[in-house]
Design a protein around this ligand. Structure first.
Ligand code: GDP
Ligand code: ZN
Length: 459
C-alpha cells in the first residue's frame, strides 16, 4: 500500500506566470495546512475548493510566498488520494523556496517521476493505457497527436480492449460449462461458437492494428531526411517548411542533449527532422559527408525528400543517389521551377515510377502545397482527417495485440483440428491475458472471478 505523501513541481521549471506544486497522500492536507495561513483552515476545507493565503516558514514565521491552494479530497482526485495543489508565482526562486520547505516536513518526500500517475493507476482510477497516454499527452507535438492521446486518456482504447475481453470471457465460460457438463453433448455447437467468437475478436484486434502505423507516426513524427547535391535548395526548403508551418521546437526531458530534434507540422502530420550535429548542417547530408556515408542516415529515415534542381542537368552524383534510394519511401522534389528548365524528367520518372514527383519553387512557394499533399498521401492514404481517433500508437500495445491475434489464430486452428476443448481453451485464455496486459490487468484471480460471475448468470 502506498501510504506516504509525495510532492513535486508539476509545471515546467523556469520563468513563467505561475508554477504549481502538487502534493498527494494521506498527510497532504495536514502538512500543507501547517504551513499555510489564510481565512479558512485547510483541514476544514471542502473538496474542490481554492484558498488564497500565504506560505509561512514555521521556524521564522516569515511569509515565504503569496499562493493559491486547491484541495481535492480522496477519492475525488487524480491519484484518488488527498491532493493539494499550491499555485505560486512562477519564478524559479519562489517555487524552490516553497518546495524546499515542503520537503523539510517529516511526512513529505519528493515524488519519483511519474509517481502521481502511477498512483492513479495502482489505486485503480486509470488503467495502463490511460497512464501511458498521459505521457503522450505531455509530449504530443501536433494538435492531432494531442487529440489522439486525449482520447486514450479518456479511456477510449481501454473500452475497446475491455469489450473484446468480455467476448473472450463469454467464450471461456461457455467452454467451462462444456467441460463440467460433457453429458449435455454440446461439443459441436461449442466448436462453432468458439470459432465465431475467435473470428469476432480477431477482427476487433485487426481494426485496432490497422491504424497502428499512423498512430505511431502521429506520436513520434516522421523521421525525415532532406537529401540532394549542394545548392539545390535543401536549406531553403527546410526554412520554408518551418516558417510556413510554425515549427514547434520541442525539448523533451530525458532525451540526450546532443540529439537535436526539430518538428515541423504539415497538415497535422509531424515531421521529425533530426540528427546529432544540428539541423542546418545535417540536412545537407550529401554535401557534409558525401554520397557513400549519407547511406546510413537515409536508411534510418521514414521519409526521404530528394531535392533536385530542375534548372540544371542531372549530375552524376544524383544518378548514384537515385540508385541508392530505390525502394525507399521517397518523394522527389524538382525545385526551382521559376527558372528556365533543363532537367530531364523522363530519367527521374524511370528511377521513381511510383513515387510522387513534385514540381515546386521554394523561392516563390509554388507547389509547396503539393508536397504537403504528397506526404499525407504517402503515410495516410490521404485519409488522415476522417473519423476515428482511436489509434494504437504504443509499441507495447502493438506487440501485445499481435500476440493476442496469434493466440486466437491458434485456438481457431485447434477447433478445426479436433483438439480437445480443454486444450484449446488455453489459447483463448492466453489471448484474454495478453489483451489484459495492454490495460494492465491480467491477474488470474480476475479471470476466475469473471468466469464465476458468468456461471451464476448462466445457471
Ligand atoms: P542547399 O545547398 O541545397 O541547402 O541549397 P540552399 O537552400 O542553400 O539554396 C541554394 C541557392 O538556391 C540559394 O541561393 C537559394 O536562394 C536558391 N534557391 C533555393 N530554392 C530556389 C528556388 O526555388 N528558385 C530559385 N530561383 N532559387 C532557389
Ligand atoms: Zn544547405
Amino acid at each position: 500500500m502506498l501510504s506516504d505523501t509525495i510532492a513535486a513541481i508539476s509545471t515546467a521549471v523556469g520563468e513563467s506566470g505561475i508554477a504549481v506544486i502538487r502534493i498527494s497522500g494521506p498527510e497532504a492536507i495536514t502538512e500543507v495546512g501547517r504551513l499555510f495561513r489564510s481565512k479558512t483552515k485547510l483541514e476544514d476545507a471542502d473538496s474542490h475548493t481554492v484558498h488564497y493565503g500565504f506560505i509561512i516558514d514555521p521556524n521564522s514565521n516569515e511569509k515565504l510566498e503569496e499562493v493559491l491552494v486547491s484541495v481535492f479530497r480522496a477519492p475525488r482526485s487524480f491519484t484518488t488520494e488527498d491532493v493539494v495543489e499550491i499555485s505560486t508565482h512562477g519564478g524559479i526562486i519562489s517555487v524552490k523556496r516553497v518546495m524546499d520547505l515542503l520537503l523539510e516536513q517529516r511526512e513529505i518526500r519528493l515524488a519519483e517521476p511519474g509517481e502521481f500517475t502511477k498512483r492513479a493507476f495502482l489505486n485503480g482510477r486509470i488503467d495502463l493505457t490511460q497512464a501511458e497516454a498521459v505521457i503522450d499527452l505531455i509530449r504530443s507535438k501536433s494538435d492531432r497527436a494531442f487529440s489522439v492521446a486525449l482520447k486514450q486518456v479518456e479511456g477510449d482504447l481501454s473500452r475497446k480492449i475491455t469489450s473484446l475481453r468480455y467476448t473472450l470471457v463469454e467464450t471461456l465460460a461457455h467452454i467451462e460449462v462444456n467441460i463440467d457438463y460433457p453429458e449435455h453433448d454440446v461439443e459441436s455447437m461449442t466448436m462453432e461458437f468458439i470459432r465465431n467468437k475467435c473470428a469476432e475478436v480477431t477482427e476487433g484486434i485487426e481494426q485496432l492494428l490497422k491504424n497502428a502505423n499512423q498512430g505511431k507516426i502521429l506520436r513520434e513524427g516522421i523521421t525525415t531526411a532532406i537529401v540532394g547535391r549542394p545548392n539545390v535548395g535543401k536549406s531553403s526548403l527546410l526554412n520554408a517548411l518551418a516558417r510556413e508551418n510554425k515549427a514547434i521546437v520541442t525539448d523533451i526531458p530525458g532525451t540526450t542533449r546532443d540529439v537535436i530534434e526539430e518538428f515541423v507540422t504539415i497538415n497535422n502530420i509531424p515531421l521529425k527532422l533530426l540528427d546529432t550535429a544540428g539541423i542546418r548542417e545535417t540536412m545537407d547530408i550529401v554535401e557534409q559527408i558525401g554520397v557513400e556515408r549519407s547511406k546510413a542516415a537515409v536508411n534510418e529515415a521514414d521519409l526521404i525528400l530528394l531535392v533536385l534542381n530542375s534548372a540544371d542537368l542531372l549530375h552524376e552524383d544524383e544518378i548514384k543517389l537515385m540508385e541508392q534510394l530505390k525502394g525507399r519511401p521517397t518523394i522527389v522534389l524538382l525545385n526551382k521551377i521559376d527558372l528556365p528548365q533543363q532537367l530531364d524528367r523522363d530519367v527521374v520518372s524511370r528511377y521513381f515510377p511510383k513515387e510522387a514527383i513534385v514540381e515546386l519553387s521554394v523561392k516563390t512557394s509554388e507547389g509547396l502545397d503539393h508536397l504537403e499533399e504528397a506526404i499525407s498521401q504517402l503515410f495516410f492514404g490521404g485519409k488522415l482527417e476522417s473519423g476515428d481517433l482511436t489509434y494504437v500508437s504504443n509499441v507495447r500495445h502493438i506487440a501485445l495485440l499481435k500476440q493476442a491475434k496469434k493466440s486466437l489464430a491458434d485456438a481457431y486452428e485447434a477447433t478445426e483440428m479436433g483438439v480437445p476443448i480443454d486444450i484449446l481453451q488455453i489459447d483463448v485464455r492466453l489471448a484474454w491475458e495478453q489483451l489484459g496486459e495492454v490495460i494492465g490487468d491480467s491477474a488470474p484471480d480476475a479471470l476466475i472471478d469473471q468466469i464465476f460471475s458468468q456461471f451464476c448468470l448462466g445457471k
